[in-house]
Design a protein around this ligand. Structure first.
Ligand code: XMP
Length: 517
């Protein structure tokens, strides 16, 4: 396995994804772990990520010294290369010319890492790589034992290597797709240089995970809050495969679900997979507590609190339950580890089915905590879940509660559900569902005047939102074809009595957020 040390780059998770795509297992830890931790981890190789700080300044992060003493290959990327250079006796300075974006570098042809990896050869016969740069500092003096592996005018030491110790440094980012040969470089590093085998694959992982769940849980009972989202669904399918009837899922209908959602979940899990699912219709209770509440954060709190209450009540009724299973995935784990030190503004207080308090006194079972989202999907498919289920867009814990602006009413939820279902159906038919990351309708509790036939209407407005994004931190609104928007708008106004106007949201994130509340 490969150890990735995180110096705070936005791309650290991408490094891990690239390593795992090569069927090599890896884990990410913050760069300030101890030297002993690194030794105990016993990695086949180590990758040092980029980061926002400057090695040229004191008191910025450094790698634990054992990284360079274990005798395993090390690859430093950007900041990772710079700290490696500094820690091994080289020098790093603020660059006169900063480089951001595409760049060309000339590579030496006989290095273990870059041999035969290039995009083209230039007129002088040199190998040229198209790479992605993003740095304000440069390594300005090689540490003893190192040689230049690649260079360009702005960055004479664009990549460096100590072949004897198998230490490699790159100023550019091989983990981003803009570095066209990045995949080949990482493959070369993990397989040829570190000697890692191809032993990370989904079928094997599934078998191991099933074995682990069985030995951990024994004869105990497990409960799981099933939301119908990808993560909790895959967790349910996996745990059910492992322990069958010892698993009980609780599906809470809060009255804020999408059209036919409860039926679908009961069909897929209850009837098809034979999972024990308790379907709790708590919609009346949720809607009662939401009466008169218009503030988004208060609504979120009410929905979150209600969920916990309903769930605890149901859980208390399951005798012998010793475990609470959750669909926590690896990015959640990394985020909450980082969250202790990072100070970010609360834009929205997120609530999801996983976030239960520990007052239940149950042990936690989190079988997906090592997996990235796309691995969770792969596992879901391997477990026999449908493509449609596994590639669903995300749906927020508070559901339609944050898509009905202001006070939530049953009538509004009904109208929204129908408009949303038409939107999603048309996206699926036209092939746009797969081309967007998230799409939904939003109910606006304002009335506007319209005309249908010869009559005047005075009805509500629905906004359509469709975005494209990699990580949901930033997003572009999707450029849906006008003909498609026209069809959707037409159908909604004709089929949903009570809505006479449809608008399309053309705001990016930032400055808007994806949800409206
Ligand atoms: P925003 O609206 O913050 O949304 O741009 C980013 C992503 O997070 C989802 N979201 C939530 N997910 N519980 C969740 O599980 C929540 O309370 C919540 N609020 C927003 C949103 O749907 C989008 O995918």
């Amino acid at each position: 396995k490969i150890l990735i040390l995180d110096f705070g780059s936005q791309y650290t998770q991408l490094i891990a994804r690239r390593v795992r795509e090569n069927n090599v297992y890896c884990e990410i830890y913050p760069s300030d772990i101890s030297s002993q931790f690194v030794r105990d981890f016993a990695p086949a190789g180590i990758i040092l990520s980029g980061g926002p700080a400057s090695v040229a300044e004191d008191k910025t992060p450094r790698a634990p010294q054992s990284v360079f003493e274990l005798g395993v290959p090390v690859m430093g990327i950007c900041y990772g290369m710079q700290t490696m250079a500094a820690q091994l006796g080289g020098a790093v300075e603020n660059a006169r010319v900063r480089e951001f974006g595409y760049a060309e570098v000339q590579a030496q042809d006989q290095t273990t890492l870059l041999r035969d990896i290039h995009d083209r050869t230039d007129s002088a016969g040199k190998q040229v790589l198209d790479v992605w740069m993003s740095h304000g500092d440069n390594v300005t003096a090689l540490p003893p034992g190192f040689e230049v592996m690649a260079c360009n005018a702005a960055t004479p030491l664009a990549a460096i290597a100590d072949e004897k110790r198998k230490f490699y440094g790159m100023q550019f980012h091989p983990e981003v797709t803009h570095t066209l040969q990045g995949k080949a470089i990482i493959e070369r590093f993990v397989h040829e240089i570190c000697g890692a085998g191809h032993d990370w694959n989904m079928p094997d992982y599934m078998d191991e995970a099933i074995g682990r769940i069985r030995s951990e849980v024994g004869a105990d009972e497990v409960i799981l809050g099933l939301s119908g989202g990808v993560d909790s669904s895959v967790a349910a399918a996996l745990i059910h495969r492992a322990i069958g009837k010892q698993l009980t899922c609780v599906f809470v209908d809060n009255g804020l679900l999408r059209q036919n959602e409860a039926e679908q979940v009961m069909d897929i899990f209850g009837r098809n997979l034979g999972v024990k699912v308790i379907h709790v219709d708590a919609s009346a209770e949720f809607l009662k507590h939401l009466q008169g509440v218009a503030d988004p954060e208060t609504k979120r709190r009410v929905i979150g609190r209600e969920f916990v209450e309903v769930f605890q009540r149901e859980a208390a009724g399951i005798a012998n339950a010793k475990w609470l299973a959750q669909g926590t995935i690896y990015p959640d784990v990394i985020e909450s580890a980082g969250g202790k030190t990072k100070k970010a503004h609360t834009i929205k207080s997120h609530h999801n089915v996983g976030g239960l308090p520990d007052t239940l006194h149950l042990k936690l079972l989190e079988p997906l905590r090592e997996l990235f989202k796309d691995e969770v999907r792969e596992l879901g498919l391997a477990l026999g879940l449908s493509h449609e289920m596994v590639f669903r867009h995300p749906f927020p814990g508070p559901g339609l509660g944050v898509r009905i602006l202001g006070e939530v009413k049953r009538e509004y939820a009904e109208l929204l559900r129908r408009a949303d279902a038409i939107f999603i159906e048309e996206l699926r038919i036209s092939g746009w569902y797969e081309k967007t990351s998230q799409a939904f309708a939003v109910f606006l509790p304002v009335k506007s005047v319209g005309v249908m036939g010869d009559g005047r209407t005075y009805d509500y407005v629905v906004a359509l939102r469709a975005v494209q994004t990699e990580d949901f931190m930033t997003a572009h609104w999707a450029e849906l074809p006008y003909t498609l928007l026209a069809k959707i708008s037409n159908r909604i106004v004709n089929e949903v009595r009570g809505i006479n106007r449809v608008v399309y949201d053309i705001s990016g994130k930032p400055p808007a957020t994806i949800e409206w509340e």
